[in-house]
Design a protein around this ligand. Structure first.
Ligand code: PHE
Length: 463
């Protein structure tokens, strides 16, 4: 007998989809695992007291991140279309349809800015290769400051990384995104384990490990909680249209809750391994782990150099491997961000996928170049004394992300009929859906309230 799901999906024509379960997990985990895990997570841990932050972070992922992720999956797989159309299908002519457009816009805006940071990683690979990543701590500071404000180099790297993203996206969902993820993600894991191994074998590494895993409850403050919450959403790629777009390529057999849990697990593992790669080395050379956003680009090259001073070739190789890993992580996220806008233009303007991808590539290259230039090369590109780069970071991460996340929860929890939500949640009754009631409770009450808290806190309205 043909089920409702069969009829629904067989009518979808030849819409692209992922070819295997592994493809679904690796591609979506590729979106989630990014600069957020390797760059942002470790410095947040460093600034927020180590193990305590990690515990709260994992709790946020499980209780808030996974339900939000499942909600986006539901919208995307039900819609079988780009994020804007997927929300429109559920929202009809109500204003809720706007959430989808906001998601696409957020994804689009963040692409260029994310590409700039990814471009820095490429420059650092290059610098390690030609032996430029050697010097005293002051040297690393100047090196980074000069790179960020250079008018040519970072722009060139931004263009290159977006070009590579285009080449992958252009091959489509299965031959492009899925195939690339299946190669890039395992490579990333191997590189990660190599550095974790090297770092944990250093003398005094146990101090770093202790910092990561031994909680000191006196460090627990409201800031730790809100920091963990914000980081968990960013790290899982929530509210940027990515999860929704990828879910539209899932099959009717994809178990949404299980996939979300597996992806969240991989994301947490990578973040914690990133901590294990950085802290033992930092403690081994007595560098404080709370050096903020500059951790990866300024502190770390210095740490690796000092930690492996006995065998300079090893220090050298570790730097190279580290920045290669960071670039891979960034690239898989960049692919998912690019795909949000590509799918949107392809389906909404009814143009070919290639043409859509080209438009997205060129426009994000321009945005990326402007962001990069605003960091020093072209001074007048600052608004309200903020660089364009910071404005993009602020508007996408601190304003749009919470708004889209909040509205998605309210939309699914209060507006979309629960019968429909349940159908997607249980794959039309073929799964038991044991957690359905818990899920609905979380998206209806807990997630929106938690997001509202981060939002007000970020705006400084709540202290
Ligand atoms: N989750 C990615 C990271 O951890 C960032 C990202 C956010 C990517 C949103 C895509 C969409 O770096």
């Amino acid at each position: 007998m043909r089920t409702f799901a069969d009829r629904k999906y067989n009518n979808m024509g030849d819409r692209a989809n992922f070819g295997s379960k592994l493809g679904v997990i690796l591609a979506t985990a590729g979106s989630a695992v990014g600069l957020g895990n390797v760059w942002r997570f470790p410095y947040m841990v460093g600034e927020n007291g180590g193990a305590v932050f990690i515990i709260i972070y994992v709790a946020c992922v499980v209780l808030l991140g996974i339900p939000c992720m499942v909600s986006e999956f539901i919208v995307g797989r039900h819609g079988q279309a780009n994020t804007a159309r997927a929300y429109r299908k559920l929202a009809g002519r109500t204003p809720w349809a706007l959430i989808g457009y906001m998601g696409v816009l957020t994804g689009f805006l963040i692409t260029g800015y994310y590409a700039v940071v990814s471009g820095w990683c490429l420059q650092y690979i290059f610098a390690s290769l030609i032996g430029h990543l050697q010097g005293d701590p002051e040297y690393f500071k100047t090196y980074f400051a000069e790179l960020a404000s250079d008018p040519v180099k970072p722009v060139l790297w931004t263009v290159i990384i977006l070009g590579v993203t285009y080449l992958i996206i252009e091959h489509g969902v299965r031959d492009g995104i899925e195939r690339a993820s299946k190669m890039l993600m395992p490579t990333l894991f191997i590189l990660l384990l190599i550095i974790v191994g090297a770092s944990c074998m250093l003398p005094n590494a146990d101090k770093g490990i202790e910092f990561l895993f031994k909680p000191d409850l006196s460090k627990l403050t409201g800031d730790v909680f809100l920091g963990a919450l914000g980081q968990s959403f960013y790290s899982l790629s929530i509210a940027m249209g990515c999860l929704c777009t990828y879910a539209s390529y899932f099959s009717k057999y994809t178990n949404l809750t299980k996939s979300a849990s597996q992806i969240a697990f991989i994301d947490c593992m990578v973040a914690i391994l990133a901590g294990l790669m950085i802290f033992p080395a930092a403690f081994a050379v007595g560098v404080s782990p709370d050096s903020g956003a500059s951790l990866v680009f300024i502190t770390l090259p210095n740490v690796f150099q000092q930690a492996f001073a006995g065998i300079p070739a090893l220090g050298y190789a570790i730097s190279l491997v580290f920045f290669a890993l960071l670039t891979l992580a960034a690239l898989t996220s960049l692919i998912s961000l690019h795909e949000v806008s590509t799918a949107f233009l392809h389906e909404e303007l009814v143009i070919t996928r290639k043409k859509a991808a080209r438009i997205v590539t060129i426009t994000t290259m321009i945005i990326g170049a402007l962001c990069s230039l605003s960091l020093g090369a072209v001074e007048f590109m600052t608004v309200w004394e903020q660089t364009l780069f910071d404005i993009f970071d602020f508007v996408t991460g601190q304003i749009f992300l919470p708004i889209v996340g909040f509205l998605t929860c309210i939309f699914i929890g209060w507006f979309v009929p629960h019968k429909l939500v349940r159908q997607e949640f249980t794959n039309w009754g073929t799964l038991r859906g044991r957690f359905f009631h818990l899920y609905i409770f979380l998206v209806k009450y807990v997630c929106p309230m938690a997001i509202l808290f981060i939002f007000l806190h970020q705006l400084g309205l709540l202290d």
